[in-house]
Write a protein that binds this ligand. Structure first.
Ligand code: GLU
Length: 428
């Protein structure tokens, strides 16, 4: 099978498809198919046993036509520069679709953070900043958390940058802890953004959310708050979540027929997303193989883990009952699987629209840092809801107007906005 599994090829393929439909100028296409700038570096870290270990790191800046680059840093054992390039490209489209004045970037380090001691993590974070600090900044490129990184890590990175720059610079990075320059509502922003998108989709599809069920892949930050929001804001039922068990290196599905209690599950989950199976079983949860989340007879599937999970093979296991796929993760569906979803009339809320809540509140965090004035959680979440509702509306209207798949519609909205900014700046 020659399925597209390389995330960057996938991002380029999705872009090319829409660029063709938009009849985009070949030079503009070439401009947008590749990142503007990339940094590859090696980070030496003193380990607690006195030895020195080298880690490979990346920062890729895809496009800054609409404003400073923006995007998280992932700590992942199978990170590659191509994954970072794909994620940086998707950030450009994400910020454009959310209509926030930022561009796209992403960073990564090849490391399994669960293997590091706290002190080693801190030195790795500071080491990362030492390598990139001259190329980033509140008006250049603003990192944030992603898979494998936490608010605490953002706090260390902000501190390191501030020391190197010689002045307190909270706006250099977002997703910082509340009280350390962070914003209220940032932690739940991505998951809640998924839920606001779902509410808008259900309204259009005339589905009653309180009668809907969902299966979620993952139990990291996005999945946890998507699960909590699905129950609390929509009154729907989450039948299962899945997680990667870092002890037996296997993925599992945790389910309950009358719906999972995500707040309880959160209380028995460690910082790396591993749920305590024994405690879950004792509370009446069923533990199944990690792949079965996709086969559940539910109305909504929420892939909220990593790329490429719904592919040519797994897409065939999706139940006929599923009406919506809400992509909490970045790049969870391959172009081949997209074709199948399209043919089966499944409504897809594409990743860079569906998970734009995180970067939207990151933007709010930067604004609050600039003003040195902080909003309440309610203010943040209300503004987030407005932004997501508006973003969903523009993509949905494009999809209806042009009679195109939601992913293509999201690309059309995003590309038009980025190309417009490039034109206004005289780049093209
Ligand atoms: N890492 C998140 C994403 O993929 C958030 C990025 C940010 O806040 O800058 O959207």
């Amino acid at each position: 099978m020659n399925e597209t599994t390389n995330a960057f090829k996938m991002a380029q393929q999705q872009f090319d498809h829409v660029a063709e439909q938009l009849r985009l100028d070949p030079q503009v296409r070439e401009f947008l198919r590749w990142p503007m700038r990339e940094f590859h570096f090696r980070i030496p870290v003193r380990m607690d046993d006195g030895s020195m270990k080298m880690f490979e790191g990346f920062r890729v800046q895809h496009n800054d036509a609409r404003g400073p680059c923006k995007g998280g840093i992932r700590f992942h054992p199978s990170e590659t520069v191509d994954t970072v390039r794909a994620l940086a490209t998707w950030m450009t489209w994400k910020c454009a679709v959310a209509d926030i004045p930022l561009g796209g970037a992403k960073g990564g380090v090849i490391v399994d953070p669960a293997t590091l001691k706290l002190s080693e993590k801190e030195r790795l974070c500071r080491g990362y900043m030492q390598k990139v600090w001259r190329s980033i900044g509140p008006r250049r490129d603003v990192p944030a958390p992603d898979v494998g990184t936490t608010p605490q890590m953002m706090g260390w990175m902000m501190d390191e940058y501030s020391k190197l720059a010689g002045e307190y610079t909270p706006g250099v990075i977002t997703g910082k802890p509340v009280g350390g320059g962070g914003s209220q509502g940032r932690t739940e922003a991505t998951g809640y953004g998924v839920v606001y998108n779902l509410r808008e989709a259900m309204l259009r599809l005339k589905m009653d959310p309180s009668k809907c069920t969902a299966a979620i892949q993952g139990f990291g930050n996005v999945a946890q708050y998507a699960a909590i929001g699905f129950k609390e804001l929509l009154k729907g039922k989450v039948v299962c979540v899945s997680y990667w068990d870092r002890f037996d290196r296997t993925s599992y599905v945790v389910s309950k027929d009358d719906g999972v209690d995500a707040i309880f599950l959160q209380s028995i989950t460690d910082q790396y997303g591993t749920i305590d199976k024994e405690k879950a079983k004792a509370a009446g949860y069923k533990i199944e193989d990690g792949s079965v989340w996709l086969q559940k007879d539910v109305d909504v599937l929420i892939p909220a883990a990593i790329e490429g999970q719904i592919n040519a093979e797994t897409v065939l296991q999706i139940s006929d009952k599923v009406r919506i796929v809400a992509e909490g993760a970045n790049g969870p569906t391959t172009p081949e699987a997209d074709e199948v979803l399209k043919n089966n009339n499944v409504f897809v809320i594409p990743d860079f629209l569906c998970n734009a809540g995180g970067v939207t509140v990151s933007y709010f965090e930067g604004v609050q840092n600039d003003m040195n004035f902080y909003w309440t959680r309610r203010e943040v979440l209300e503004r987030l809801d407005d932004k997501i509702t508006e973003a969903f509306k523009s993509v949905y209207e494009m999809s209806e107007g042009e009679k195109v798949f939601m992913r293509d519609a999201a690309y059309m909205v995003a590309i038009n906005r980025v190309v417009n900014a490039m034109q206004l700046r005289g780049w093209i």
